[in-house]
Design a protein around this ligand. Structure first.
Ligand code: BTX
Length: 325
């Protein structure tokens, strides 16, 4: 669309560079009057665009908005995150993404929202998703694999997010098996992987990722205030949601390709560098009861290994983990 082209042209200009009305008219293939109208539209979307006589236009401030244009601009993936569906407000990106997945949305489709009114964690627990503070998104993928491999994508996603957080903020995140990313011992990210398929093949996976980015401690509701943190609290600085999404998409694609080519083992090695629970006494809360013991690692399939108090090795496929301190 013309708006996309206009935003791209303005974003590609360097900070102090102005693009003339004529120049933009040529790029967009429309009149200078039409350019001016499109600039007005951008302003309504929250862009601050400076117009200087005889020089032209330049963007001085972008809206705090996860626009498709901005995410695609500078996204270096070939298929992950290239089809973006963006909502201002939605019940849950997970619910929407599953609808798109059922309707044959292409692999790599990303559903994002500025705000979720019914964000969910595992087992229908609530996930707080306040407006424009975080990244609330769901990614659709269609790996050609048996159903039992689905949980490995939670771990793959965790390392992609951890890497991206490290790259964008220089903070050092830790992963708590299977789906939490922690900073300073507090939860900054949750991952929810849902799968649809037959025993021998996956139709689609919808991977939900919730990241607390620019929250202050007061932005969290009371029930999670003590256990949650955000990137900006930890970095002492606001963090670009767009840059973080781009980086996650890039690492996700890289690890996904690595997985397809070489299986889970190389990812396990990266995962272990971020693992927090390994070597510690933990409580694994499973649906069939609590198991106490020492976390000794994960298998080549990503399953948690725990040595219980009798010295037996237990394999944990699904649980909430508390680390004993
Ligand atoms: P989980 O079941 O591991 O964690 C849920 C628990 O985390 C809650 O019970 C609560 O204690 C705590 N919690 C809730 N909100 C937050 C928050 N913002 N920060 C830190 N802790 C919190 C984790 O499930 C998986 C979360 C996935 C969220 C994404 S967002 C996009 C997509 N859409 C959707 O509805 N869910 C996913």
């Amino acid at each position: 669309s013309i708006r996309k082209k206009l935003v791209n042209a303005l974003l590609s200009a360097s900070d102090d560079e102005y693009l003339s009305g004529q120049n933009l008219a040529d790029v967009l293939g429309c009149s200078r009057t039409a350019v001016w109208k499109h600039i007005e539209d951008l302003r309504k979307l929250g862009y601050e665009v400076e117009a200087v006589k005889k020089k032209g236009y330049r963007i001085i401030r972008k809206p705090n908005q996860l626009s498709e244009e901005e995410i695609l601009f500078g996204l270096r993936t070939s298929f992950i995150g290239r089809n973006i569906i963006h909502y201002e407000t939605v019940d849950s990106t997970q619910i929407e993404a599953k609808k798109f997945a059922r309707n044959q949305a292409p692999e790599g489709t990303l559903v994002i929202a500025e705000e979720q009114t019914q964000g969910r964690g595992r087992m229908a627990r609530e996930w707080h998703s306040s407006k424009k503070k975080g990244i609330w998104m769901s990614l659709i993928i269609r790996p050609k694999l048996p159903l039992e491999k689905a949980p490995q994508f939670t771990l793959l996603t965790a390392i992609a997010v951890a890497k991206a957080i490290e790259e964008v903020t220089q903070l050092r995140p830790e992963i708590k098996w299977p789906n939490d990313i922690l900073l300073d011992g507090k939860k900054v990210t949750g991952i929810l992987t849902e799968v649809q398929g037959e025993p021998d093949h996956i139709n689609y996976l919808v991977i939900g990722i919730g990241i607390n980015v620019n929250h202050t401690q007061d932005d969290f509701p009371e029930d999670v205030r003590d256990i949650a943190t955000s990137l900006s609290i930890q970095a002492n600085n606001s963090v670009s949601r767009v840059a973080l999404i781009q980086s996650i998409m890039q690492y996700f694609e890289e690890y996904y390709q690595l997985y397809v080519e070489q299986g889970f083992v190389p990812l396990k090695q990266i995962w272990e560098k971020y693992a927090i629970s390994i070597g510690k006494e933990i409580i694994a809360r499973t649906v069939s009861g609590n198991i106490y013991g020492k976390a000794i690692g994960i298998t080549d399939e990503g399953v948690l290994k725990l040595a219980d108090n009798q010295g037996n090795i237990q394999l944990i496929y699904s649980a909430d983990i508390d680390i004993c301190t």
